[in-house]
Design a binder for this molecule. Structure first.
Ligand code: M6R
Length: 622
């Protein structure tokens, strides 16, 4: 989704803004722009479609734009096509052509989110003599701020709060006013925005990596708050315009964590960071040989009172929920529903205080997951957020938070955050089982021992990548790939299939193996690749039979199984082995070769692995 940066300080703003935008590229975008003010004139605006280097070329890497205060934006189109004129920043005055050049407007702004009632607001502004040059909802909101600013002759903070009361939807806004040199004004509702301060400079950004190079002291501006940002200082206001105090947070991430560190792509680097991400998450929850949930605030009594678990998430995080469902049900013997957040939020599921709704989210900002969390709270359920980004909205709004310690994840295709979520959910399942008395002390100790060995086993899988690299080059021209499995193997297939399709653009589906005969098998032709996940001994033979049915119809087969199941080699064309572990926890291992397969297939096809088309890292609009 869109990325916002802002800078005000002693240095030239544009190169800093470009650098910040580059760190936000992972979020996905189709155009970009800068507005930098120099002295009294509000701003010079420069925009470009396509990759960020076009904007950098247009501005001589930012050097051509004079001025020490500015805002920048990468746009992921929602209202209006990805053109220069629709790119941000937008201005309150008129604009011709591409919207670039010196502007004489009173207000300029960038926006991440969606203004749902923009059409109605636009009508109102048209009636008051405003003209529009773009198709965006952002131009409407910038002009609405300008309208209140002039009509009531009030300061920027009041003009912004009046606007916030009128708009519906989600937004992170950064605005500059002609009459306020050196200052940037920001507002936020349901879209992420942080503000960092250093000695003589301040920074705004949609995410931490954009400012990490300059400061580690950040504020997480709250929903429905306004910030007034000047060099080295920031003040916050509520909707009434009254000043409020926010605590500053120190970011502990290593700046190198947001760099590629010698790997060709962030995705490959993050795949290799999985042993550490899993180990760190595990160590944060296991103390003195026991699982300790004290930091989440979940008590044993709360766990004992539960009658139902609902896991709500999107995409890969939903796949973690699918895997966790089998583990919680089997170990803790609690009924589990796994719901897509975008569906859950509009359903009328009965919830009670004995239901625990677990929202899983790497970013902690996914719009549907956030909305689902709010619905769950309104209906009286207890809520637990399993989140990677500290201070994110979902983390702040949930009753309980369990932080995964994967560090910053930049590649759009999640890998290490998925693995960290998975181990966190496995630990939760084991603890729930122990507290509820559904596993013995010996079984508990065995489970913990097995989980503690997972990081080293992932490391071993990563040592043996060459066969997968070779196989990926062989399948790089496939038209369709089917992933099949039963039980936990079905959950693993879902993630394997998503990893493949999102970065290789090869059509791929995951099916519960038993479902093939109910329709999908008619799609199998000569050489269609079918990947069977075969880690569950109880279901192994059944899935192998389903693979054989595909083979009889011409399919080319790959089997993914645990060391020791050598019989599969006789039946399939290509076999991948993973180390043995307790079958409940096998997803943590089985997913790794599938991530590598997706990665190498994308590389073989010469695609943009880290920034696949049309996708955004953090989906902050519905
Ligand atoms: O930040 P979240 O975990 O809430 O994001 C949810 C999905 O958008 C995300 O898992 C997505 O499916 C992955 N990037 C796919 O690799």
């Amino acid at each position: 989704m869109c990325g916002i940066v802002g800078y005000t300080g002693k240095d030239q703003a544009a190169p800093i803004l470009l650098d910040g935008l580059q760190k936000l590229e992972y979020r996905g975008y189709d155009s970009a722009g800068l507005a930098v003010r120099d002295g009294k004139a509000l701003a010079e605006v420069v925009k470009a479609t396509g990759k960020l280097y076009h904007l950098a070329d247009k501005t001589d890497q930012g050097r051509a734009l004079k001025g020490n205060c500015g805002i920048g934006h990468t746009r992921w189109a929602t209202h209006g096509d990805p053109s220069t004129v629709n790119a941000h920043p937008h201005v309150s005055g008129n604009c011709t052509g591409s919207g670039s050049g010196k502007v004489e407007s009173d207000v300029a702004g960038v926006h991440n989110g969606i203004i749902e009632n923009f059409a109605e607001l636009k009508e109102k502004l048209l009636r008051h003599g405003y003209a529009f040059y773009s198709d965006t909802d952002t131009e409407v909101v910038v002009k609405l701020v300008d309208y209140y600013y002039k009509k009531y002759k009030i300061g920027p903070v009041d003009a912004i709060t009046r606007t916030m009361v009128r708009v519906r939807g989600s937004y992170a806004l950064a605005l500059m006013f002609k009459d306020y040199p050196d200052e940037i004004f920001a507002a936020r509702k349901d879209s992420p925005l942080i503000i960092g301060t250093a000695e003589d400079a301040s920074f705004l950004a949609s995410d931490v990596p954009a400012i990490l190079k300059y400061t580690r002291s950040v504020y997480y501006i709250d929903n429905l708050q306004v910030a007034r940002v000047s060099p080295g200082q920031v003040k916050f206001y509520d909707l009434n315009g009254d000043e409020v105090t926010l605590n500053q947070t120190e970011i502990t991430w290593d700046a190198a964590a947001a760099e590629k560190g010698g790997f060709e792509h962030f995705m490959l680097k993050e795949i290799h960071e999985q042993p550490a991400a899993v180990r760190d998450t595990l160590n944060s929850l296991v103390k003195n040989g026991k699982i300790d949930l004290a930091e989440t605030g979940l008590t044993d009594d709360m766990i004992r009172s539960l009658t139902q678990i609902d896991i709500v998430a999107c995409g890969s995080a939903w796949h973690v929920g699918m895997a966790a469902q089998y583990v919680i049900e089997e170990l803790a013997q609690l009924p589990v529903r796994v719901e897509l957040a975008s569906e859950f939020r509009y359903r009328n599921l009965p919830l009670s205080e004995s239901t625990l709704v677990i929202v899983i989210s790497q970013s902690g900002e996914t719009a549907d997951s956030l909305a689902a969390l709010r619905v769950a709270r309104e209906r009286g359920a207890k809520t637990l957020a399993v989140v990677n980004v500290i201070g994110s909205t979902i983390a702040r709004e949930a009753d309980h938070v369990l932080y995964t310690l994967a560090g910053p994840e930049i590649a759009v295709a999640t890998t290490k955050a998925y693995s960290a979520q998975l181990i966190a959910m496995d630990l939760l399942a084991v603890q729930m089982a122990f507290v509820r008395g559904t596993v013995s002390a010996d079984a508990y100790a065995h489970d913990l021992e097995e989980l503690s060995l997972i990081p080293e086993k992932i490391r071993r899988i990563l040592e043996d990548k060459e066969r997968l690299q070779w196989f990926a080059s062989k399948i790089a021209n496939a038209h369709d790939i089917f992933f099949i499995g039963r039980g936990l193997d079905y959950a693993i297939s879902l993630e394997g299939s998503l990893k493949m399709k999102e970065i290789s653009y090869i059509h791929s589906e995951a099916y519960a193996a038993g479902e093939l005969k109910h329709g999908t098998i008619s799609l199998i032709e000569n050489n269609t690749l079918v990947i069977g996940v075969l880690t569950q001994s109880r279901l192994y033979e059944k899935t192998v039979s389903n693979m054989m049915e595909c083979k009889s119809r011409g399919a080319y087969l790959m089997g993914l199984t645990t060391n020791g199941n050598f019989s599969v080699e006789d039946s399939v064309n290509f076999t991948v082995y993973i180390p043995k572990t307790d079958e409940h926890f096998v997803a943590s291992l089985a997913v790794v070769p599938l991530q590598l397969l997706g990665y190498y297939t994308s590389v073989s096809r010469g695609l943009d692995v880290d920034k696949p088309r049309n996708l955004a890292k953090s989906v902050t609009v519905e």
